[in-house]
Design a protein around this ligand. Structure first.
Ligand code: AGP
Length: 607
């Protein structure tokens, strides 16, 4: 999720690059850097922190009218100055910026080190600069193309060479790259946001394409040097809509990003040969994993709901006792840390004080605590020392959506890993892996109900109290649905186990308190339908989320939202999306500030 930019033209590259990176800030990042070429030399300036921090250390008089820039969202390697981009070869006459993940970088790096290359960073990207250097014989574009043949993974990259002034070489595979065509200047960027203030004439590169750029021309080709004629398009969007990629709010963008973010969370982590999961960040040996006697999950808010799903799943499938607890509660109840227990501290931001403090308390009592975070190098990620990043990409909206399903993905992967070490068969592993692989399309299939969900949200937006009810794996999803609605629409909503409704909450049922039931075709379906009928018998309105084609539910509820049919363990992924959209459209109808709801912060760093 990094941002990249390149420039060549008559203007001072310093200002164009820094302003372009500023335009990419919305994507979220932890460090930034630029490289400017002049007098057959490259000047690289980079550091952790914000663009404003970088600007302070870039000399205002820095000469050079061509160069590249980068905002880093760390994936490989901690958040440090040296891990920031641009990266260079040993001689420092080649520099590049990269957005993506090179999956085979370790093997490539090992050979490069063996051949005498000296690496400065922990990143996968630096490997590319050294490879280009090895292949360079006076033609940067040719050297880049040779290099790309060796890479496995995704890239949007821009490369420069000190002895080829006023020239950029860009390449795309899996990460976006766009060429901005100016009067007598050219731009390359990962996102039109970075260049829109200079030109609306753009050329979108496709995977497998390379472009050589000078200030007055560009040449696109494939890896086998076949020229590709590219059409120049005119951007009609305004700056503001592009940040959200055409969506009116970050929250909607992030809801619809979930097929991709769930895929990113599992990328490179499924062992298709042994039908298990590979989670390198755990830093645990097989015997340590086999020695786990119980798992406990601590978190807050949405992350707690994800952890609760994970705890149900782990216990039922991996047969490991597992529980989830609010970090804020555990921290002060003087918990007993039992031997051979493994704890997970789950936090999108990695900075939530309740979760961080509970983790520190557990570590003081000798517990092993792993982090499940989104922000690389965040405090919880660093202090836990090991864990699993969810790779959801920056989540900008305060209401967490894509992080939830990415957290679920990590817990499903960990469940697969443990289950295959215990009682899950090879065939069981195959079925589980196939289920994971089908998730992105299943989630995408649920989007078809978008307009119907919006209509229901608007129809029910006048009510002031809601109950969200689910059982089993969907009980935590009911909690999450209630949290989403209350935090962005400000309507009171409670999540409950559907079975629990008769132990009190049913006293609340009347015509002014709609109940939203999660009733997939799983083993508890009939029981939840009974709970629905209890509500209906008391004139309560019922909205039911059910698998497509479930006529009995349709006949029982007042309104129905359908989700794609799937194996029962996959419904948390499919049920949460309609609830996210229901909350979103309700808040829109009520004119709320959807991305920054009142009283809330994206990361609660104070008690
Ligand atoms: C979720 O929509 C809320 N914004 C909030 O509950 C959030 O999940 C909670 O504060 C935990 O944040 P974290 O995942 O960054 O630790």
């Amino acid at each position: 999720m990094c941002g990249i930019i390149g420039y060549c033209g008559p203007r001072a590259a310093r200002e164009v690059l820094l302003e372009g990176l500023k335009r990419l800030e919305y994507r979220g990042y932890d460090s930034a850097g630029i490289c400017v070429g002049a007098n057959r030399a490259l000047t690289v300036i980079k550091r952790t922190g914000k663009i404003a921090d970088l600007r302070e250390i870039v000399p205002t008089g820095l000469a050079g009218n061509w160069g590249i820039g980068h905002t880093r969202w760390a994936t490989h390697g901690e958040v440090t100055d040296v891990n920031a981009h641009p990266h260079t070869n040993c001689a420092g006459d080649i520099a590049l910026v990269h957005n993506g993940i090179i999956e085979n970088f370790a093997a490539l790096k090992e050979k490069l080190v063996h051949d005498g290359h000296v690496f400065r960073s922990e990143t996968d990207s630096e490997v590319i600069a050294h490879l280009v250097s090895d292949f360079y014989e006076g033609d940067l574009e040719a050297a880049v193309k040779e290099t790309l043949q060796l890479l496995k993974g995704t890239y949007g990259l821009i490369c420069v060479h000190a002895s080829e002034p006023d020239r950029l070489v860009g390449a795309r595979n899996g990460s976006p790259l766009v060429l901005g065509v100016g009067g007598d200047e050219m731009f390359l960027a990962s996102d039109v946001m970075a260049i829109l203030s200079h030109t609306k004439q753009v050329v979108y590169l496709e995977d497998g394409e390379v472009v050589r750029v000078q200030r007055d021309s560009y040449h696109a080709s494939d890896l086998r040097d076949r020229r590709i004629d590219k059409k120049v398009e005119t951007i009609s969007w305004e700056l503001d809509t592009i940040e959200k990629q055409g969506h009116p709010h970050y929250m909607e963008k992030e809801i619809f990003e979930q097929p991709d973010s769930v895929l990113r969370a599992m990328q490179g982590r499924i062992d298709h040969e042994n039908l298990t999961a590979h989670l390198g960040g755990l830093n645990m040996t097989e015997s340590e994993l086999l020695g786990i006697e119980r798992v406990k999950i601590i978190a807050a808010g949405t992350s707690f709901h994800a952890g609760l799903v994970g705890s149900y799943l782990m216990e039922s499938i991996a047969r490991i006792p597992c529980g989830a607890e609010l970090a804020s509660e555990l921290r002060y109840r003087n918990p007993v840390v039992e031997r051979n227990s493994l704890y997970f501290a789950v936090s999108q931001s990695g900075e939530t004080i309740d979760t961080l403090s509970a983790m520190r308390e557990l570590k003081r009592k000798g517990a092993k605590v792993l982090g499940v975070c989104n922000v690389v190098g965040s405090t919880i990620a660093r202090e836990s020392g090991a864990g699993v990043y969810i790779h959801s990409g920056p989540e900008i909206a305060v209401a967490s959506t894509k992080a939830f399903t990415s957290q679920l993905t990590v817990f499903y992967l960990f469940t697969l890993l443990l289950a295959r070490m215990h009682n899950m068969s090879f065939e069981g592993g195959k079925e589980f892996v196939d289920g994971l692989a089908a998730l992105p399309d299943l989630i995408r299939g649920g989007f078809e109900e978008q307009n119907h969900i919006r209509a229901l949200a608007e129809k029910y937006s006048r009510y002031r109290d809601f109950l969200f009810l689910g059982r089993g794996l969907n009980y935590p999803v009911a909690l999450e649905g209630a949290l989403k609605l209350k935090e962005i629409s400000y309507i009171h909503a409670e999540g409950y186990s559907a079975a629990e409704i008769k132990h009190g909450p049913i006293a609340l049922i009347n015509e002014e308190t709609p109940s939203i039931f999660l009733v997939p075709n799983d083993r508890l379906r009939e029981k939840v339908i009974s709970n629905m009928k209890e509500v209906k018998a008391r004139k309560g309105k019922v909205i039911a989320l059910c698998a497509s084609g479930d006529e009995e539910v349709r006949d029982t509820a007042d309104d129905v939202i359908t989700v794609p049919r799937a194996g029962e363990i996959w419904y948390p992924f499919l049920m949460v999306v309609p609830l996210q959209l229901f909350a979103y459209y309700t808040a829109l109808k009520l004119g709320r500030n959807v991305d920054q709801p009142r009283n809330l912060a994206k990361s609660v760093t104070v008690e």
